[in-house]
Write a protein that binds this ligand. Structure first.
Ligand code: HEM
Length: 206
């Protein structure tokens, strides 16, 4: 009996990233960029920390303009994020692609990555470092939205604001979540450019 392996043409293989994930990913990238840049402009006008952000990295010009951008993109970010989260949970994608994560696997994959030995042959499976980073940034995104709500409606959502200490603490939590997302993005975009096949898969699915 013959056991020859038959190569399935790429167009007949299941997509690595389904359409819902690709569309929500790129809408999220746009919304996050607007949120981060307008948020930094708001920070410059009304700082919570003694740091001034260069104008080139900000959006909106002045406090009123930046706030309008921030509140407009907020609906896009939250609505799109809910679709991505619901899809990830209901389809089982999060469980399949992001779990399990063990400290041992993260350390082993980190060691391999730093010594250039980590393979990228199979783009349909995330390594442990990717799983940790993706799960981490999803949680940081949730924290950014929750702390944003806490400082947007501190009276109506007083319980949420109190959960973060007080109004100023909620602002610090909001800033920290943004800083975590920006740190993730520096690594994430660099990796996407280093492995262009992964970028293509996030655009066309394969
Ligand atoms: C220009 C900016 C961005 C580029 C070029 C980019 C690129 C990519 C690529 C290529 C992948 C697939 C990775 C792989 O298959 O190994 C991916 C996945 C992912 N990206 Fe991005 N990304 C960007 C912005 C963002 C932003 C702003 C976030 C969140 C703050 C984000 C979060 C994620 C997550 C969570 C995944 C995993 C998605 C899943 O499988 O469900 N990305 N990105």
């Amino acid at each position: 009996m013959s056991t020859a392996l038959i190569e399935i043409p790429a167009r007949h293989r299941p997509a690595i990233h389904p359409l819902t994930v690709r569309v929500t990913h790129w809408i999220n990238a746009l919304a996050m960029t607007v949120m981060i840049m307008s948020g930094l402009a708001i920070h410059n006008a009304y700082p919570i920390l003694p740091v001034a952000i260069p104008d080139a990295l900000t959006l909106g010009g002045w406090l009123g303009g930046a706030t309008r951008w921030h509140f407009a993109a907020m609906w896009l970010l939250a609505g799109n994020g809910l679709v991505y989260l619901a899809y990830g949970i209901v389809s089982g994608r999060f469980r399949r692609k992001l779990l399990p994560i063990t400290p041992r696997a993260v350390l082993a994959d980190l060691r391999d990555a730093l010594s250039g030995r980590l393979g990228h042959a199979d783009l349909s499976v995330y390594n442990a470092v990717q799983r940790l980073l993706y799960l981490g940034v999803i949680l940081a995104g949730l924290l950014a939205v929750l702390s944003g709500l806490a400082i947007w409606k501190p009276v109506q959502l007083g319980g949420l604001t109190a959960l973060m200490g007080d109004f100023d603490n909620a602002r610090l939590v909001h800033f920290a979540a943004m800083a975590a997302i920006v740190t993730f993005l520096l690594v994430h975009v660099a990796m996407a450019l280093l492995v262009p096949r992964s970028l293509k898969a996030m655009v066309v699915g394969r």
